[in-house]
Design a protein around this ligand. Structure first.
Ligand code: ATP
Ligand code: MG
Length: 558
């Protein structure tokens, strides 16, 4: 996709407008502001691609700012995971910053606001404060502490922060307008008491600033030009602007603009729910390949390119919408098709014996690594008398539409010869234990003989019995059976968990070239799909995850 052909999204239009109205391009600055209370998910990827994408487009710096104002839920583990995921996606942040670095500055500004009569300490219980807020159509009630002298508030704020007061005993509120039609302007809380150690400031602070009192001020301190957030903050925008007015000392005033959250079908995206899946053991961890997290998608075999392309395809929108997970899978196939080397693997093996092939002989056949990539070259794969093919690729009594192996008909073995089914051996239960076939020695793939050019209806993948290696294969299905598991009023999202979302297969046999595959290596298994080596792999025990099938089979199943 050529850059100039793409039409501008509405955020880019806003920026272009600002540039036209005199904002110098070198003043453009963006940030991605995760709260380190969980791992990043595919929804965050929308915000990452948007912010870092703007940075690349306008050659502007993009800060990574951790919004770490709630020590009750935040941890260093999450900080590390977030950095790892953004770097893996291939984006480079300018500065690594923390809202907690501004705690002192925010405190000083709060003191100033008290002195100017713009903030006060309220000693009422939380329920009372909520009750007095009123409703969008009825004005709120002013707190009896609203007009207390500034020095009283200053003294109490200090005591709140010294740890002299219980959690919930008092709060600092901005003095704005209890009858504003915008509920966020009805004397919002700026500080609450929390007797919790913070992962960076330890026990220095006993009060912590609220999101609204932190985010805009951090943007202002960093001179972020466009602060992009999701739609639920639209109604906070007047407050965002009001707070910046209170502390303004020149320089650029950041602009908050909102875009729609990315939602994805067949999954949940709230960090609280993802944490619940992890903590209750419904999945094996944040990076379980069924999770919509970046780390889960990575372990599942997704490439950064696929995730970024998915972001392009799903776009940035002004209105809430749900993106079909099939689009994400499409993006994975599209990129993996170009980059994943082809290998052969048989997941459900049955023995195939070529009766007229010399016993004890092995020949090495040339096989293309990737027909989509001219530079991928060739590999050699062993061929011998005893092979494995997929059990499903043979039928004793097949109708005319069955283009795989049956008795008396020819099929091609991929990269090898044309064979004809001759007979079967069964065990006492009637299950086939061996298929016998004959091959045409003149039909070798790529040999150029008339026999090799003979048209046969089917081509099967295979491995040899002697050289193939065992592997554990993990096949994943959707984690939820419902399109919108958290969209039901009176049902818990966990009720929609798919009990068969993981199937483990230990019978698989792989071509020996996969012997040295390393965790993270991705392959296309001929006719089966894309697979990636899982980090659970140990010497002598290969574990693969199926990333995605070659075609969209889910829609057919429905
Ligand atoms: P959650 O509700 O999942 O906990 P959050 O919005 O609280 O998400 P943050 O860590 O605060 O998570 O998000 C960091 C940035 O990513 C914010 O700017 C937020 O707006 C954006 N973001 C989070 N979820 C999505 C999403 N589903 N789609 C687009 N942007 C998102
Ligand atoms: Mg948040």
């Amino acid at each position: 996709m050529a850059e100039e052909k793409k039409s501008l999204n509405f955020i880019e239009q806003i920026i272009e407008e600002d540039l036209k109205n005199g904002l110098p391009q070198e003043k453009l600055r963006f940030r991605f502001p995760p709260e380190p209370n969980g791992y990043l998910h595919i929804g965050h990827a929308a915000s990452i691609c948007l912010n870092f994408g703007l940075g690349l487009k306008y050659k502007a710096p993009v800060n990574l700012r951790f919004d770490d104002t709630n020590p009750a839920k935040e941890e260093q583990e999450y900080v590390d995971a977030i950095k790892k995921d953004i770097a893996w996606l291939g984006f480079k942040w300018d500065k690594e910053l923390y809202a907690s670095d501004y705690f002192q500055q925010l405190y000083d500004w709060a003191v100033e606001m008290i002195k100017k009569g713009k903030a006060y300490v309220d000693e009422q219980p939380q329920e009372k404060i909520i009750e007095q807020r009123g409703t969008p159509t009825t004005p709120g009630i002013e707190s009896p502490y609203r007009n207390r002298p500034a020095n009283e508030s200053l003294d109490l704020l200090e005591r709140m922060n010294k740890g002299e007061l219980e959690e919930g005993a008092m709060v600092l509120r901005a003095k704005i307008d209890m009858s504003s039609p915008n509920m966020h302007m009805r004397d919002p809380i700026m500080y609450r008491i929390l007797h919790k150690a913070h992962h960076r400031t330890d026990d220095k602070w006993k009060i912590y600033p609220m999101y609204d009192w932190t985010h805009g001020q951090s943007d202002y301190l960093e001179q972020v030009s466009h602060s992009l957030c999701t739609l639920e903050f639209k109604s906070h925008r007047p407050l965002y602007e009001w707070f910046i007015e209170q502390v303004y000392r020149g320089g650029l005033k950041p602009k908050q603009r909102e875009f729609a959250r990315r939602n994805l079908s067949y999954t949940v995206m709230s960090k609280r729910k993802l944490l619940q899946l992890v903590e209750e053991g419904h999945v094996k961890g944040w990076d379980d390949p069924r999770m919509p997290t970046i780390s889960g998608l990575r372990r599942r075999g997704y490439t950064p390119e696929a995730i970024i392309n998915f972001s392009e395809l799903s776009g940035i929108s002004k209105r809430e919408n749900v993106t079909d997970v099939a689009l994400l899978e499409f993006a994975a196939r599209e990129h993996l098709n170009k980059v994943a080397p082809r290998r052969m693997a048989v997941l459900n093996p049955v023995k195939l014996i070529i009766d007229n092939y010399p016993e004890g002989q092995t020949e090495y056949l040339k096989a293309e690594n990737n027909p989509e990539d001219d530079n991928a070259g060739y590999r050699e794969i062993p061929f011998a008398r005893e092979l494995y093919i997929e059990r499903e690729d043979f039928k004793e009594n097949a109708n005319r539409k069955f283009f795989r192996l049956t008795l008396g008909k020819e099929v091609r073995l991929k990269n090898a010869y044309i064979i004809k089914g001759e007979s079967v051996v069964k065990d006492e239960n009637g299950e086939i234990t061996e298929i016998h076939a004959t091959y045409d020695p003149l039909s070798k793939s790529g040999s150029g003989t008339p026999e090799s050019k003979r048209k046969v209806k089917g081509t099967l993948h295979w491995v040899t019995a002697q050289h193939s290696i065992p592997a554990e294969i993990r096949i994943y299905d959707r984690l939820f059976l419902d399109e919108a598991p958290d969209g039901h009023k009176d049902r818990n999202f966990l009720e929609f968990l798919n009990p068969d979302s993981l199937q483990i297969d230990r019978k698989a046999r792989l071509e020996p070239n996969l012997q040295d595959a390393k965790p993270g290596d991705r392959f296309q298994f001929t006719r089966l799909g894309y697979f990636v080596v899982d980090p659970d792999t140990k010497p002598g025990h290969l574990v693969f995850n199926r990333t995605v099938t070659l075609r969209d089979t889910w829609n057919k199943k429905k």
